[in-house]
Design a protein around this ligand. Structure first.
Ligand code: ZN
Ligand code: ZN
Length: 157
């Protein structure tokens, strides 16, 4: 799944071992710096600070902020034991919860903003739809906007 889009030149910074927050296991990573800019497909949803750098897991191909390399494993785990909470998020998203609300719920449950965004992104598996009227994003399986009942458009990242 691709969460991040890049524009500009990518410069390798380093590599090593880290605890991948998606694999939940030790993995090899590559640390890359974007020379120009780093854009996030979720910009309207997830305005997060721009580091211009990321680490990519060789196991799952997931891209994360460089800080994950320095975090001890447990701080990357979703609060509440991981699997269960993520399944709950998946269920809510499938029922039509807008993505930004899911992120909000997860942060209210004690997750960091970053962890919440990663969980929602993982739950959507990169497949999203979009309500042009409400400017809300949903999981791709959602048939209609829960707020205005309008038809959703596939969101092309
Ligand atoms: Zn991984
Ligand atoms: Zn709508």
């Amino acid at each position: 799944m691709i969460i991040y889009g890049t524009s500009g030149r990518e410069i390798p910074v380093g590599e090593g071992q880290f605890h991948c927050p998606r694999c939940l296991a030790p993995q090899h990573f590559r640390h890359t710096r974007i020379a120009r800019y780093f854009t996030l497909y979720f910009i309207p949803l997830f305005p997060i600070s721009n580091h211009g750098e990321y680490v990519e897991c060789s196991g799952c191909g997931g891209q994360f902020r460089p800080e994950v390399v320095h975090n001890p494993p447990h701080t990357n785990m979703p609060v509440g034991g991981g699997g269960q909470l993520e399944q709950a998020v998946r269920r809510e998203l499938a029922k039509g919860m807008p993505l930004h609300l899911a992120v909000q719920k997860l942060t209210e449950a004690g997750n960091s903003q970053q962890a919440a965004q990663e969980m929602v992104a993982a739950a959507c598996e990169g497949q999203m739809s979009y309500c042009p009227r409400c400017q809300c994003y949903f999981a791709a399986a959602v048939p209609a906007c829960v707020q205005c009942q309008g038809a959703l458009q596939p969101y092309q990242a």
